[in-house]
Design a protein around this ligand. Structure first.
Ligand code: SAM
Length: 265
């Protein structure tokens, strides 16, 4: 049987003990009685009680059955605790309450922060706003503008669908036990339409991932390798989109990636 310590580590169980920060996270989405909230990884409930106090309904997804049972036993009103994995839960089943919003809030387990985020972005049409605590480096990547060191495919694909703002930085001492890394909270507002109109969103994802596949290389080389096309074809596609093929992916705006997607075969 796994020890409690191993389980805690595997599930990223660092519990927030700073009530001021918990309230500040909830305040980022400011739930009202008309809103439905999905909380990811409620753990010992640092955010849950405040969410249940303010929102019309809270659905909490917790993979650790012991923690889920303990939270259920608290009998908080308007709270439903599900034994669920936030990576695979079907967010598409969420319905928007009349006149209200669907909000997602969570202090995400760092080891699975990215797959959870990907699931949320995929389910974006069911969601209005999110406040998510992540490893600081990942949070910074999400919000990074073109040209910055941390700008990558995660930034482009999230910013295509959401307005992203780095809202709070949180030091390890705010958690019990303290993690080895810094944390930060991002606020995401899902856009009504993607930032740029795309004929083929799937192709856009493929091109962005290929461009960042070898981020130290020039754009044309990275595209040639990532899309398995001749170097000359990649060069022509970039030039045709008005982009110098010698640039690096991290300097391209979302609009430029969209133009590039139209040109690559
Ligand atoms: N929200 C609490 C807090 O702020 O103190 C706990 C946060 S702790 C960083 C992450 C929580 O996510 C833990 O309770 C852990 O059991 C849970 N968890 C880990 N992996 C999960 C998954 N795939 N789906 C749902 N919950 C998960």
């Amino acid at each position: 049987m796994r020890s409690v310590t191993n389980k805690r580590r595997a599930l990223g169980q660092h519990f927030l003990r700073d009530t001021g920060i918990a309230r500040a996270i909830v305040e980022l989405v400011a739930p009202t009685p008309r809103d439905r909230v999905v909380e990811i990884g409620p753990g010992e409930g640092a955010l849950t009680a405040e969410l249940a106090r303010r929102a019309g309904q809270v659905v909490a997804l917790e993979v650790d059955r012991d923690l889920a049972a303990r939270l259920r036993a608290r009998g908080l009103e308007r709270l439903e605790v599900l034994d669920a994995d936030a990576r695979t839960w079907d967010y598409g089943t969420l319905t928007r309450p009349a006149g209200g919003r669907v909000l997602v809030v969570g202090n995400l387990p760092y080891s699975v922060g990215k797959p959870i985020l990907e699931a949320l972005v995929t389910a974006r049409t069911a969601i209005d706003e999110m406040a998510l605590m992540l490893q600081r480096e990942v949070a910074e990547r999400l919000a990074a503008p073109p040209g910055s060191k941390t700008y990558g495919s995660l930034s482009v694909l999230t910013q295509l669908y959401c307005e992203v703002r780095l809202a709070l930085r949180v030091p390890p001492g705010a958690f019990r036990p303290p993690p080895k890394v810094d944390s930060a909270v991002v606020h995401l507002r899902v856009r009504a339409t993607p930032r740029v109109a795309l004929r083929d969103e799937r192709r856009f994802h493929v091109v962005v991932r290929a461009a960042f596949g070898q981020r130290r290389k020039m754009l044309a080389n990275a595209l040639a390798a990532g899309l398995s096309v001749p170097l000359e074809t990649a060069r022509e596609a970039a030039a045709g989109a008005g982009i110098d093929p010698r640039r690096r992916a991290e300097t391209l705006s979302i609009d430029e990636f969209a133009a590039l997607t139209e040109r690559v075969p």
